[in-house]
Design a binder for this molecule. Structure first.
Ligand code: HEC
Length: 297
């Protein structure tokens, strides 16, 4: 009878649809009942998958919130004489990781970049840049244990990255030697203290790190500081002496009076912190940062 109707030339689309659905429903419910009844692991896995698909057994999704980073000191747009010692203070608040004021954020994961610009317009442009990711070398340094022993510009247990960048020019042989020493450990070059091995890093990561150190750490226009507070000196790098200055003596920046005259230059301070994601997705990390400008007179 069913076959007859189906075969009938004048069976409407509606009729065919009703028949198909009529057939499908018992098949699907039958399969579902069967898979519920039989506790074979593959079947129960299938069941879990379908339940996930249709949202029945879905666990609540935990959302990661971006950290809020604030430069408490110095005040934005303040003016400092050259060589002044500036105390800085950074606060971080992250919904998942906690608050700096309760010592819940590891200080060696908070960074302050101090970058010099001779021209106000370039400083302003740099300060307005969207959140950018660190270059791979710097990112690996921050994520590894390097900063327990190395600072960017002061000797700790190991030499500063600044001194390492001064000692070795950027060349393939230096990159090869230094990345091998990072991976295998080293001693006797800077003193008698040993640098441990870093078997958790790949050769590519070590190469990126050395490349970053040799190219950037010796750049006199940039300094990096770590921690919630500290101090830095206001420097006008001799090498860049107005190199990035806008031509002519009048350096005006539309729309921002505070840097309309660059004086001896502008420092762009960028504080940042990258959070640890949420428990289920620790690799999905979010970065928060704040940027302010200081004027050098
Ligand atoms: C436990 C402390 C410690 C840690 C952690 C550490 N270092 Fe070192 N590092 C040292 C010491 C000490 C030296 C100096 C060794 C020497 O005198 O030969 C050094 C030297 C270096 C050098 C210069 C090597 C040379 O031959 O001139 C580089 C580059 C370097 N470290 C990078 C790193 C990087 C990148 C990391 C993280 C992946 C790191 N270090 C982690 C202590 C450490």
């Amino acid at each position: 009878m069913m076959k007859n109707i189906y075969a009938k030339k004048n069976a409407t689309r509606h009729q065919r649809f009703v028949i198909l659905v009529g057939l499908a429903i018992p098949v699907i419910t039958g399969l579902a009942a069967f898979s519920k009844a039989v506790s074979h692991p593959i079947l129960s896995q299938m069941r879990m998958r379908t339940e996930k698909l249709f949202g029945q057994a879905k666990p609540p999704v935990q959302e990661n919130h971006a950290p809020v980073v604030k430069i408490i000191n110095p005040a934005a747009n303040s003016i400092y004489p050259e060589n002044a010692q500036v105390r800085y203070e950074v606060a971080v608040s992250d919904k998942e990781d906690g608050e700096t004021k309760f010592q819940e954020i590891p200080p060696n994961e908070i960074f302050l970049e101090v970058r010099y610009f001779a021209s106000g317009s370039k400083a302003l442009a740099a300060s307005k840049q969207a959140l950018k990711n660190d270059p791979p070398g710097l990112e690996t340094i921050k994520a590894s244990n390097c900063l327990n022993c190395h600072a960017f510009n002061a000797k700790l247990i190991g030499p500063s990255f600044y001194d390492i960048g001064k000692r070795y020019s950027f060349s393939k042989s230096h990159v090869d030697t230094l990345s091998r020493r990072i991976l295998e450990g080293t001693t006797g070059v800077w003193g008698s203290i040993k640098m441990p091995t870093h078997p958790e890093l790949t050769k590519g990561q070590a190469t990126d790190i050395v490349g970053w150190i040799l190219k950037n750490a010796s750049d006199p226009a940039v300094d990096y500081y770590m921690g919630t507070e500290g101090s830095f000196r206001v420097k006008v790098p001799p090498a860049s002496g107005g190199k990035d200055a806008v031509s002519g003596s009048k350096r005006t920046v539309a729309g921002d009076k505070s840097v309309s005259s660059a004086g001896k230059g502008i420092l762009v301070l960028t504080a940042s912190y990258t959070d640890h994601g949420v428990k289920d997705k620790p690799t999905e990390r979010l970065k928060g940062q704040e940027t302010i400008l200081l004027k050098i007179q």
